[in-house]
Design a protein around this ligand. Structure first.
Ligand code: FES
Length: 143
């Protein structure tokens, strides 16, 4: 038995831990990369059009964006599920998780991470976008 086998590399717990680690590393690099990109702000109109707990979709420069409001805070991310492209903006929100209406994979709207690890096994995610409210209007930043 070599050292790697001794720590249980074949165990499902090790695999889950590795997937979570890969996800954390991936999201940190993604955040660093995003900060270095030039972002453009887009005014999407009055923010009260996004009802608390319900999704809304926008198309901005050909990019489909899903948006949810949780307790008055907005979260925006790409509206295309990485599985086979379901519209996440049409999904049901529970807490901070939205379920894709096509096959039920769940994503954390605050960071875009897929939490359905048994199916989305490569640390998949949806791209998130900075969004804020200024003068009662939604200001979305896109790369
Ligand atoms: S398209 Fe989203 S889970 Fe299948």
């Amino acid at each position: 038995m070599n050292h790697i086998q001794g720590i249980g590399m074949q165990s499902p717990y090790f695999s889950m831990a590795m997937l979570q680690l890969i996800g954390i590393i991936h999201s940190n690099f993604r955040d660093i990369f995003r900060k270095r990109k030039c972002m453009t702000e887009h005014n999407l109109g009055k923010w009260d059009h996004v009802m608390d707990g319900q999704g809304k979709t926008f198309t901005v420069n050909g990019l489909k964006v899903a948006m949810f409001s949780i307790d008055g805070e907005l979260f925006a991310f790409e509206d295309e599920c990485p599985h086979v492209g379901g519209s996440l903006g049409s999904g049901k929100l529970e807490g901070k998780l939205v379920a894709c209406p096509a096959h039920g994979w769940q994503f954390d709207v605050t960071n875009g991470e897929c939490v359905t690890l048994d199916r989305c096994d490569d640390g998949c995610f949806v791209e998130t976008y900075p969004v804020k409210i200024e003068n009662d209007e939604i200001i979305l930043s896109l790369p």
